[in-house]
Write a protein that binds this ligand. Sequence first.
Ligand SMILES: *[C@@H]1O[C@H](CO)[C@@H](O)[C@H](O)[C@H]1NC(C)=O
Length: 235
Amino acid sequence: MVSPTPLLTLSSLVLVLLLCTAGVNSSSTPPTKIGNGYRLISIEGTPDGGLVGHLVVNQKNNIYGPDIPTLQLSVKHETHDRLRVHITDAEKQRWEVPYNLLPREQPPVLKQAIGRSRKSPITVAETEYSGSELIFSYTTDPFGFAVKRKSNGQTLFNSSSDVSDPFGNLVFKDQYLEISTKLPNDASLYGLGENTQPHGIKLYPNDPYTLYTTDISAINVNTDLYGSHPVYMDP
Ligand SMILES: *[C@@H]1O[C@H](CO)[C@@H](O)[C@H](O)[C@H]1NC(C)=O
């Protein structure tokens, strides 16, 4: 990445990206909200300076398959301008690009005993975890997180939604993942693989963009294994 924008990495590919801009008048109906998000039931610091927490689904449903009931969240300022947010199934190992093929910091190991007996969510409304350039903050119920640039206070990513927003909260299913962020009304976005949709190559609010991937056996050396590299630019 050549842009100065910090890299946010999520544990798995986002399969469907819906671009939503607050307040945009669009003739298309807003996308249906698929779930009610998760709530954060615990969060603590790790010895290496990161955070690890657990999320529990709010009101399961079976749209696009059952929700993963508990998730493990880990957050770490890996360098002064790189923050990593990793969200995965808290109970079962999910496939990830092997760490020996792509060396990177390992997230904390999955803990078996999650404080399920804890009925009330933790009470802190919004808490900040600051690195030298970036500030991570979160809300507990529904869980959402934001990343701000310290130097100018600009919000770079914010997954929380207001009731009036056309997008919902975090959805995490076996074959459907959804996480959204708000963009300014006048944002010009490009990327995610160019396309020939009627609006041209500029990404258009509420248009769905499908990411098709290649999948090549890992037996082949020196080749790309998965062919989807979702990147968008906000110039
Ligand atoms: C994130 O969005 C929510 C909902 O609009 C808002 O209340 C909150 O202040 C935002 N947080 C940041 C850090 O921008």
